[in-house]
Design a binder for this molecule. Sequence first.
Ligand code: EPZ
Length: 418
Amino acid sequence: MEKIVIEGGNRLEGEVIISGAKNSVLPLMASTILTSGVNSFTNVPDLDDVRTMSKLLVMLGAKVEYDSGNLEIDSTAINNWIAPYELVRTMRASVLVLGPLTARFGKTRVSFPGGCAIGERPIDQHLKGLELLGSKIIIEEGYIETKAKKLTGSIIPFDISTVTGTENMMLASVLAQGETILLNAACEPEVVDLANALNKMGANISGAGTDIITIKGVSKLKPIKNYEVMPDRIESGTLMVAAVLLSGDLLLKNCIFEHNGAVIGKLIEVGAEISKVSDGVRVKGTDKFKSIDFTTLPYPGFPTDMQAQLMTLMSVSKGLSIISETIFPQRYLHAGELRRMGAEIKLVGNSAVVRGVKHLSGAPIMASDLRASASLVLAGLIANGRTDISRVYHLDRGYDRLDKKLEQVGAKIWRDKE
Ligand code: EPZ
């Protein structure tokens, strides 16, 4: 296994090209199950989760080729509807095949995705939606089995805003008989990216990006050609925090300013200078930053996927910061590791109280989940001395060579054998 080693303190300056979004490319890959032919995507990030989803599609019978940002998925020969435990347990987003497999075959057998480091991750809303569309749901031996002769359009009122729940129901209903209306749908940009792609395949979806999405069933979808995956707003946000943390000056190319409103708002409150430029977003840090409070919320609120990264910034800000995590209340495994570096963090229920300290000190620490590992990389960049971060496979699931990108703008960071 590999570890990442960082010598802290270097200022960051220069430009970084933001990669395609993990949480957009995964549902896009699942959508190819609804077609029969060769689908192609560009700006696809080089991630372990993309490789895992590719493996799953190959298991189902697809042919998948990936070559430096270009992904080709031939779904013609997909003839299997089973997503096995050993694969689903490594990536919860595999649940995104539930909808399209049920739509294509009228049945599927998908391992029940377990919990993960950030919480129990229920999928009751996905199952409720499939039942409303006319599917039978049987849960046994840790598998979900769906059975539906034909899915029929329905009103699906979500009890809670769920990103993959919304995406799964879009994927399940595009070929259903009649009209489906999703109420309390998730508004994330990745939902919009998926709807845009499905409409290019011949679907009839309106309202994506709002909390009411209407899907008029069509008879067939055609494979999509050269669809460009949207930039990753969480990678952008992570690099914005890095620029502020290191009093740096970064130009984030391809970053979509409007996708990062809540994060930009908070970083300006902290004291950063952030501006929208022709080819992205420019972020300049200052040498002292204020502690602020923030609460994670569904889009366009402050994203839970940026909570750990902003906690790192708050751990060396001036003052006291109160963080409330309303999406995944246990998403604080990074706090213990930051404490090892000298951070003063107190967890109270689903909140964390962070008292800024003068500096963090480098230490051997351990990554626990994707965004926690990003927050630990940020901590290593600002800490005095050397930090060794083990279990970086967590980072490689969802960041496309983040360490290389940081090195290119001045960080002293490298990989070593663990
Ligand atoms: C997506 O996960 C993202 N993953 C997550 O990113 C992100 O943290 C999350 O949305 C919230 O923005 C992908 O898109 C692949 P949810 P998802 O369903 O869809 C509850 C990362 O780091 N809920 O929107 O699984 C749930 O417990 C990952 O890139 C139910 O109660 O999250 C949570 O409290 C981590 N029942 C809330 O809804 C359900 O059926 C939001 O979860 C579904 C969800």
